[in-house]
Design a protein around this ligand. Sequence first.
Ligand SMILES: [Mg+2]
Length: 271
Amino acid sequence: MAIHWSEAKDQLRQLAAHPQFGLFSDLDGTLAALAPTAEQVRLSPRVLQLLTGLRDELPVVALISGRRVAALHDKVRIPGLVYVGNHGLETLSEDGAAEANPAAAPYRPALDAARKALQAVEGGGAHTEDKGLTLTLHYRQVADPEDFNRRHGDTVRAIAAEQGLEFFTGKMVYELRPPVQMHKGVALRELAGRYGIQAALFLGDDVTDIDGLRAVREMRAAGECDAWGVAVQSPDAPEGLEETADWLASGVADVEDLLAWLLAARRASST
Ligand SMILES: [Mg+2]
């Protein structure tokens, strides 16, 4: 059973002091509170300041999000962070351009066909966001999201299957993605390898973050990295999230406290 992070300060202090410590985090619902629309999500000045401070101290601070990488960067705009979008299918290159995983490109016609088919369930607050390499159907704004899910979940799943796309659920979203072996766990492992990370912390709050939480456990078990995972609790947290995490944070404000504590511990270790 995962414990609150404040009960694991000895281990967190060791992580923070490791020269090759990397921080990997989701954005929405983890570093910023969810809002009715993705556009309305804002990072607090404090979290921006903490991410900047951690960037200056650590070999890598990476944001791994389901957003398009350009939209992810737009929300944060801190130079020197690593930005990974579309659950790992897209990264931001040094010159600020989006780089797509080439394996995903052939699925654009399938996404177009699925997008058209999804019109059948849109309306009343439900809309499809085209993220270029994936589609997200948002239903947070419909009058009765649970009823929407009961009535349309299987339809959307079938549309994905018809087009050879994979179907995922999240917090009041459905996602349709190319069947490319890529998720937050794969992205995390790749980044850890690329930056020579030997100690790591991953934070997330939703279904797709479970892959990241699983990856840190596997990396730790394999002895390749002293990696740990934090689940951010929320009323609509998905099944399996807390069970897969090592530690818990009670919400976005608590994540800020954790980042502040990590930054202080890092600075204390280097003096
Ligand atoms: Mg999230």
